[in-house]
Write a protein that binds this ligand. Structure first.
Ligand code: NAD
Length: 536
């Protein structure tokens, strides 16, 4: 069975048509703030609890408001999802899949600039970062998941002359709760798409930090012909209120979560406490935090290494779960690597993403700004840290944290072990002859195991490093940055405290949203209940 082609990535170079289209769309969106309402059973509900939305790189610019959902809307969304389940789960797979393929075509066409611009303005992504998220990855999720679902249809049991057997991919018995992070519009989409494609209905709580782009996603689903109630959207400024209601409902059949480890722990604890009260055992799928590493061997190509470190650590302000955030460099290369990093970092500009020449925008909000600068203050005021590159953060107009590289004497210090989720790269110099101990450090000094990269030239060394780090990352890169997984090419997810590793963008993930039914049809029924051995 053939797979679709990945959506080509456009570069938004000066004079390109995509750049002109996005510039015009940004102007249009800035001139037309939105009022976003919870969507329940296809209806938009006013709640009167109004919250603001703003551009992180220009926080004086409003994107509009949203009405925050509470327990009442959550209850209504569950009812709507359970009502919609009857028809949606019985719809032919071909018809259901048509909705997602139509959404892919709409997103590749008339909805494209809308989603890309909304993601730039809401999440402060540059045009390129928004392109690979809201356009390419989301289109890929829509198309590839349909192809993966078709592959699952082909998994069938044996039949014989007297019986026909088949495996039906049924949805879970209840509703699925999807809770999405702020950082990827495509992830928000996929958390809904994957269960819905398999016939489930979904109560979706987008991140309170990216409601604006989530609303455009909901518009896309509706335009593609998603029946009312299949995906119900609950923007909410108090996630725990929605979580408590939804996770305590007996019909909860699954949770599709991406976000912090702490939030997923709370969800798992609630589900564990309630386990006897549910109609079925809810499936828990969560992709969570990371402290992603780059380990260089003495044979590494230094140019390739520093390029990967800069892009891996600072693309999208380091707010990717896969961002490079701790690097282990052999002493013999450390001086040159630091020099190159400092030089490359000096060339990175930070600013309003609507000005296309910037490398980076702002971090998502004041809470993130304070958390990241708190970590930078800690490094400035503690011995054992030395700043290699990085200017002063500034939140007067936007939440700007410049890219920062900090050398750490202690490989177990906070900067080397805690997730910062911002543009901060910690680097540690290890003695060349201590490679084995350093591999042990990479493997054991954090609780996470999401992504990681090694840089080396000799194939024997590459094999040794890969083997030693087999459990340290769910997505492992050789001579490349640890970010930028592409649907269909690098199925994504990590182990340990980084999540359940159910590989978004693969058939493995789709299987989590299915409770298959085995059907045996006997062609010639048996008559007579006694067995031959009973004869005299
Ligand atoms: P977050 O944990 O703050 O929020 C994620 C989602 O969970 C949001 O929708 C939030 O409202 C919701 N939530 C929080 N508490 C809840 C509760 N009690 N009940 C119900 N819902 C609740 O995460 P974030 O700040 O949006 O995203 C950043 C984090 O996500 C980082 O830790 C990053 O590593 C992680 N992340 C991981 C992956 C991955 O694939 N592993 C991808 C993207 C982001």
């Amino acid at each position: 069975m053939s797979l679709p082609l990945n959506q080509p990535v456009r570069d938004y170079a000066p004079g390109s048509p995509e750049r002109a289209a996005i510039a015009a769309e940004i102007q249009h969106q800035r001139a037309n703030p939105r009022r976003i309402l919870p969507v329940v059973g296809g209806r938009r509900i006013e709640t009167g609890n109004t919250c603001g939305m703003f551009e992180p790189h220009a926080h004086y610019r409003s994107l509009g408001t949203y009405d925050s959902a509470g327990a009442g809307e959550a209850e209504a969304a569950i009812d709507a999802a359970l009502r919609a389940r009857h028809d949606w789960s019985r719809m032919s797979p071909a018809s259901r899949r048509a909705v997602f393929l139509r959404a892919a075509e709409l997103l590749a066409g008339p909805f494209n600039a809308r989603l890309v611009a909304a993601t730039m303005l809401q999440q402060s992504k540059t045009a390129y970062q928004s392109e690979i998220d809201a356009s390419c990855e989301l289109i890929d999720f829509l198309r590839f998941n349909v192809a993966f679902a078709e592959q699952l249809d082909a998994i069938q049991p044996i039949s014989s002359g007297t019986e026909r057997n088949r495996l039906e991919q049924r949805p879970l018995d209840g509703f699925v709760f999807a809770a999405s992070p702020f950082n990827f519009t495509a992830i928000a989409g996929n958390l809904c798409i994957a269960p819905a494609l398999m016939g489930n209905t979904v109560v979706w709580k987008p991140s309170e930090r990216s409601v604006y782009s989530a609303a455009f996603l909901m518009d896309l689903f509706e335009a593609a012909g998603m029946p009312p109630g299949v995906i119900n959207m609950l923007p909410a400024d108090n996630p725990a209120e929605i979580g408590n209601l939804v996770l305590n409902h007996p019909a909860l059949a699954g949770v599709h979560f991406t976000g912090s480890t702490a939030a997923f722990d709370r969800i798992w604890q609630t589900v564990g406490t309630n386990v006897s009260a549910y109609n079925s055992y809810p499936r828990l799928v969560g992709e969570t935090g990371g402290k992603d590493f780059v380990l260089a061997h003495a044979s590494a190509d230094i140019d390739a290494l520093t390029t990967a470190l800069v892009r891996g650590a600072f693309d999208y302000q380091g707010q990717k779960c896969s961002a490079a955030s701790r690097a282990y460099i052999p002493e013999s290369l450390f001086g040159d690597v630091c020099e190159q990093l400092a030089e490359k970092v000096r060339s990175l500009t930070v600013g309003d993403v609507a000005e296309f020449h910037h490398f980076m925008g702002a971090v998502i909000d004041e809470r993130a700004f304070n958390a990241i600068t708190g970590m930078l203050d800690h490094a400035a005021n503690t011995s054992g840290y030395r700043k290699i590159a990085g200017a002063e953060p500034d939140k007067s107009e936007g939440y700007f944290v410049p890219p920062t590289v900090i050398a750490c004497d202690d490989p177990l210090s906070r900067l080397m072990t805690e997730e910062v989720f911002g543009p901060v790269l910690a680097v540690y110099s290890y003695p060349d002859h201590r490679l084995e101990e350093t591999l042990e450090l990479v493997d054991t000094s954090t609780p996470y195991a999401l992504t990681g990269a090694i840089f080396a030239q000799d194939q024997g060394v590459i094999d040794t490093l890969s083997g030693a780090l087999q459990d340290a990352a769910g997505n492992f890169y050789i001579n490349d940055k640890p970010t930028g997984a592409v649907v269909g090419r690098q199925p994504f997810g990590g182990g340990r405290r980084s999540g359940t590793n159910d590989k978004a963008g693969s058939a493995i993930n789709l299987l989590r949203w299915s409770s298959p039914r085995t059907v045996k049809e006997t062609l010639v029924p048996v008559h007579g209940h006694l067995y031959p051995h009973m004869a005299e």
